[in-house]
Design a protein around this ligand. Sequence first.
Ligand SMILES: NC(=O)c1ccc[n+]([C@@H]2O[C@H](COP(=O)([O-])OP(=O)(O)OC[C@H]3O[C@@H](n4cnc5c(N)ncnc54)[C@H](OP(=O)(O)O)[C@@H]3O)[C@@H](O)[C@H]2O)c1
Length: 245
Amino acid sequence: MFAEPDGLPGTARHDGGMRRLLPDPAESISVEEAYAAPLGRHGDRPWVSLCMIASIDGSTVVDGRSGDLSSATDGAVLARLRAIADVIVVGAGTVRQEGYGRPGKDGQRIGVVTSTGRVDLDSELFTSGAGFLIVPEDSSFEPARPVDVIRAGRSRVDPALAIRRLPDLLGTCAVVQAEGGAGLNGALVDADVLDELNVTTSPATVGGDGRRLTFGAADHLHRFDLAQLAVDDESFLYTRWLRRR
Ligand SMILES: NC(=O)c1ccc[n+]([C@@H]2O[C@H](COP(=O)([O-])OP(=O)(O)OC[C@H]3O[C@@H](n4cnc5c(N)ncnc54)[C@H](OP(=O)(O)O)[C@@H]3O)[C@@H](O)[C@H]2O)c1
């Protein structure tokens, strides 16, 4: 899901609209209406919302990237969810693979989770000032250029701690948009910090051995309630899931 027009390669901004089946059926609603707000908020820590797309057979990539799974409307969903988030968090693997730019929303920051620091600090993401790093406290990594860094956890980033520390860097930070990939998602579900999942099903099978939505997480059973179900004219399926606590 990387089709936001300003800063990421992909499709142009377009809100093709969708038909909502749940909760309040509507023949035609805009992406803005369907994704009007986060599904909730916490008083004591930022709300964490995940945005991903997967094929019918569960893969999050085609040829190592997500673009071929996506569509203009799916891109509009990503842009809309970014617009209602205070900050974006993404795994270093995705940044290396997709070539992240700065977000379209003025002043929005993107935190890149990494233990190696192996990200291109000369890329637009960082030269624009949008990018910052989230690394383990004991990481020996020293950035080659000035960049904001949040440190949390030992040997690996502790996602729960990192999320609680985001306001120290950003000030107001009520809503975090996590954008994958599967490896980071695995750490997020291990920490049980995902409050909301926004998952688009792309109407295709793709085969291969691409990762599904999470990778590397311990066995668990986290239940979610379906908060919204919508479809569009291209057979894309849009779901919003709320963590049952
Ligand atoms: N379909 C979609 O919606 C979607 C969304 C996002 C990405 N993708 C695709 O997914 C692929 C990337 O996914 P991926 O699973 O390979 O990578 P990823 O989750 O984006 O990144 C994994 C990397 O993030 C860092 N990381 C994750 N958890 C960490 C933790 N707890 N502590 C420290 N570092 C941590 C590590 O970076 P270091 O190696 O630097 O230590 C790790 O190698 C790409 O092909 C991308 O196109 C698809």
